[in-house]
Design a protein around this ligand. Structure first.
Ligand SMILES: Cc1cc2nc3c(=O)[nH]c(=O)nc-3n(C[C@H](O)[C@H](O)[C@H](O)COP(=O)(O)OP(=O)(O)OC[C@H]3O[C@@H](n4cnc5c(N)ncnc54)[C@H](O)[C@@H]3O)c2cc1C
Length: 385
């Protein structure tokens, strides 16, 4: 038994086995082609829907699996191990449901959550703007109430699944003069007049996911699409980010594990100077450091998820530590994996170069490593007095 398995329940281990088997059969074999073709993982998401895990965090009454946060982490990690882009689209689906789970009305939950959980519709979350990335409260998209409607105007950029999503959680200012207190959250459906899909980005990694610009031009939505109350958007966004950071941490951990597995096996098979390169201490020590860092990252992430499962509402610092640490481990581990494979590591067929490119984004989205450190520093002052 591995050290981290001591934290998992039998149910969670069972879920991990099921996801692992689906990833092995239906997701990992398509990862390289998906990356090359810069496609969208339709089939892969369908196989996760068939497994019943698209609504893993959603309560059963709304068609979800009511799984633990730890089960969710295991699922994202397993998918990312085989294909980081599919993991991104998978957790973006969960993120599409998050604001509803945190602050949605009963009608909104009933209308959207079962369809998101079944994969009938795709979700997305739109916060980032051309001039408001790390500083989300600096956003300029505005929503003006007009009778029974809101009119949205503004631009969002880098929205995962933005061009394909059927329902998008959009954050906008209902009071443009107030910073974070003027933010509100809305649901915008695909096809709403005034919602325009702009540029879709060409990326370094996670190429099998789509990243789109969204333009709102006098986009009218029903007033009942406001999530929570006016002015609650920043709180909803920050609470959602505590969860989204756990998702990215799990994705990063999966990428690191995937690269380690390839490098570990390769080191034992590759012969130079008449012996396997694993017999060279230089290579052994690299693999030891990779394995130790992955173990540390996993323990931090699983314990953070467990903390949430035990009902703690104070997990902002843990989520940020897990996100910053796992993503940086993924960067170092994938870099070492390419090094261990030598020239082959640089060749696409051997997969670790894809993993190295995929790892980088985990240090950027859902709050950069710098922003996570700011969050941790703020919380250290409160928690470690
Ligand atoms: C592939 C991809 C998918 C994405 N998906 C989504 C999505 O689905 N929804 C969504 O809303 N957004 C999404 N994003 C956007 C992503 O969350 C932002 O890119 C990220 O938050 C950083 O914002 P920025 O790019 O504007 O960088 P900036 O905020 O401009 O940061 C630039 C640099 O300055 C640093 N910096 C900024 N402020 C500080 C500070 N106070 N102290 C120290 N350093 C600082 C940053 O760490 C970074 O190194 C996605 C981005 C990509 C690339």
């Amino acid at each position: 038994m591995q050290l981290w398995d001591r934290i998992l329940s039998e149910e969670e281990k069972m879920l991990r086995r099921s996801v692992r088997s689906v990833v092995k059969k239906h997701i990992a074999p398509l990862a390289q082609k998906l990356d090359e073709e810069e496609g969208f993982p339709w089939e892969q998401i369908r196989s996760l829907a068939d497994l019943g895990i698209l609504g893993i965090l959603t309560p059963e009454e709304y068609g979800g699996a009511a799984g633990s946060k730890l089960a969710y982490v295991l699922a994202v990690e397993e998918v990312a191990k085989g294909c980081a882009a599919t993991a991104l689209v998978f957790f973006t689906q969960t993120h599409g449901a998050l604001s509803l789970l945190l602050a949605g009305s009963e009608e909104q939950k009933q209308k959207y959550l079962p369809q998101i959980a079944s994969g009938e519709i795709l979700g997305a979350i739109a916060i980032t703007e051309p001039n408001a990335g790390s500083d989300a409260a600096g956003m300029a998209t505005i929503a003006v109430r007009d009778g029974n409607e809101y009119i949205l105007n503004g631009n969002k950029v880098f929205i995962t699944t933005g061009d394909k999503a059927d329902v998008i959680t959009v954050f906008a200012k209902t009071d443009p003069d107030a910073r974070h207190k003027g933010m509100s959250a809305f649901l915008v459906e695909k096809g709403t007049p005034g919602l325009i899909v702009g540029k879709t980005e060409k990326k370094m990694g996670v190429r099998g996911s789509s990243t789109a610009e969204l333009i709102f031009e006098n986009c009218r939505i029903p007033a009942e699409n406001l999530i929570g109350l006016e002015g609650e958007g920043f709180r909803i966004c920050m609470e959602a980010c505590d969860y989204t950071r756990i998702s990215t941490a799990a994705q990063a951990l999966g990428i690191a594990q995937g690269a380690f597995d390839i490098a570990f096996q390769y080191a034992q098979e590759r012969k130079q100077f008449g012996k396997s390169i694993y017999d060279f201490q230089a290579i052994q020590f690299m693999l030891v450091d990779m394995f130790t860092e992955i173990t540390n990252a996993r323990l931090l992430l699983y314990q953070s998820a467990k903390l949430i499962d035990e009902g703690s509402r104070e997990f902002t610092m843990e989520a940020s530590m897990a996100k910053a640490y796992c993503s940086e481990v993924a960067g170092r581990v994938t870099d070492s994996a390419v090094q261990i494979l030598g020239g082959y590591g640089y060749i696409r067929d051997y997969q670790v170069e894809r993993m190295m490119r995929d790892a980088k984004i985990t240090q950027i989205y859902d709050g950069t490593s710098q922003i996570q450190r700011m969050v941790i520093a703020r919380n250290m002052l409160k928690r470690l007095d």
